[in-house]
Design a protein around this ligand. Structure first.
Ligand code: FE2
Length: 139
């Protein structure tokens, strides 16, 4: 069973953000599958590193698209939302580096299966929802 149910992602009133969230969740599920396989002794470290990188690149691009929309619409709490994106990107990069150095699949599993999905849902229902409502109201 996939980690995140793509059809249960909270929706916001901007299609491009919903599309990015769906892709983010899909890539997270692929990474989770690779980490699970590694933990079960039938995967390989390189596959995990590759999928982690794809997820990281998509996350950076997806955050940048939200930030551009916030700037174009003059969203007042832009610095708060952008600051949260920067914090998460730094955290992701740190987890990626740690895995690259240690190959600790149990640690990565905890991050990928618990911390990231919990953050993702919470972030969508708070900052992304507020942002989408504001941007959508500005046409
Ligand atoms: Fe966001």
């Amino acid at each position: 069973m996939p980690l995140v149910d793509l059809d249960a992602i909270p929706q916001v009133p901007l299609d491009f953000i919903n599309d990015d969230h769906r892709e983010e969740a899909r890539l997270l599920n692929e990474l989770a599958e690779a980490v699970e396989a590694l933990r079960a002794g039938r995967g390989d470290r390189e596959a995990v590193v590759a999928r982690f990188q794809v997820l990281f690149d998509h996350t950076r691009a997806h955050f940048a698209r939200e930030e551009a929309a916030m700037q174009q619409s003059g969203f007042p709490p832009y610095p708060v939302h952008k600051g949260e994106h920067e914090r998460v990107l730094a955290e992701l990069a740190g987890e990626g580096r740690t895995f690259g150095q240690t190959g600790d699949a149990d640690r990565l599993w905890g991050y990928v299966s618990k911390a990231v999905p919990a953050w993702f849902t919470n972030h969508i229902m708070t900052m992304d929802l507020m942002t989408a409502r504001f941007v959508a109201s500005r046409g």
